[in-house]
Design a protein around this ligand. Sequence first.
Ligand SMILES: Cc1ncc(COP(=O)(O)O)c(C=O)c1O
Length: 380
Amino acid sequence: VQELDFKTLFPATRELVFLNAGSFGPQLQPAVDAYQNQLRKDLNRGRLAPLHDAEYFADLEQVRVRLARLLGTQAEHIALMSSTTDGLNLALASIDWRSGDQIVTSPLEHPGALNPIRACARRFGLSVVEAHIGLGNSQLDQRQIAEAVTDKTRAVVLSHVSWRTGAVLDVEGIGEILRRHENAHGRPIDFVVDGAQSVGAMSVDPSTTFADFYCFPGQKWLCGPAGTGGMFVAERILRHRRPSIVSYVSPAHDRSAAIFEVPGVSWNRPALVSLERTLEWIENQVGWDRVYRTTRRLSASLQKNLRAIADVEVLTPHDAHAGLVVFRHRRMPAEELTRALMEKKIYIRDIPGTQFNRVATGFFNNEAEIEQLTSLVRGI
Ligand SMILES: Cc1ncc(COP(=O)(O)O)c(C=O)c1O
């Protein structure tokens, strides 16, 4: 395998031991160069001038194609989004809610999902049920979901990887339960998956999950710019659903996921060009298999190291994780630990309202960095 100089290619990883791709990934130098080049081109020749407009739409399509390849699907199933939350909002807003309908979710969800759920619940008089899924124990989780779903359930919203525990949920198994329930009761249940902590950290193929909508960010594990992201939309939704929130070019995209894109023609093209450049670079220079393998291997190493420290409790399950490791130091408050590590140029985070810290191991990290973090935590 060709050795890449990640420290030069991702300048932020030279400044810091960068272990927080779960919030914002480090940006890639050639992708930021592409951003600046596009900005300069737009400045010098205008943004949607005749002769250049075909190129502009081709750029947008190229991003959909690249994201589709990442998720093992076709571009017609990908809508560009400005964030994960953007997709979650638009997915939920497209449902023909009736008063009394129920949304099943879990206590482990991020406000990016919970707030859109609550907004729909208030507006349409829905009830929200939190299924007590645990830490990636797939049989237990499936049972909890099966018990929570009733003939009033109209949507189920769950994260593929929990931002609070790092556990990977068996969305394939849960999706199957939902389809079975749907068939038995003759009433559709939209399965909306929050992929903020999965896409780019582990191999994801939404078509195997029975997800109707699978929402993900560009700025986290994919290391793209802020204001980018995507949403996979399943075939059965594309066939029958019309979104409630539309752009003035939406009809042009009939029958493709792009009907869910609200900016219409007003995209931040430099950001999208930059995301595409990042994805192309990772795909060709690193390879997604290597990305997922390294992410998981470093996470597993860190878990093992932390579990050997008497004062540390690791919350993330050892057998159902991707790139997040969530832990608690029994003698040091989480915020204080985040700050103490940052003073040593090690960048992790804590989870607000809890006593837990969270580490995200990326493909650009290495074992030496995991050892560095471990030895500082051990020394507390
Ligand atoms: C699980 C989860 N969902 C949603 C979000 C919100 O993501 P975004 O900023 O892309 O909307 C985050 C992260 O901030 C997250 O971890």
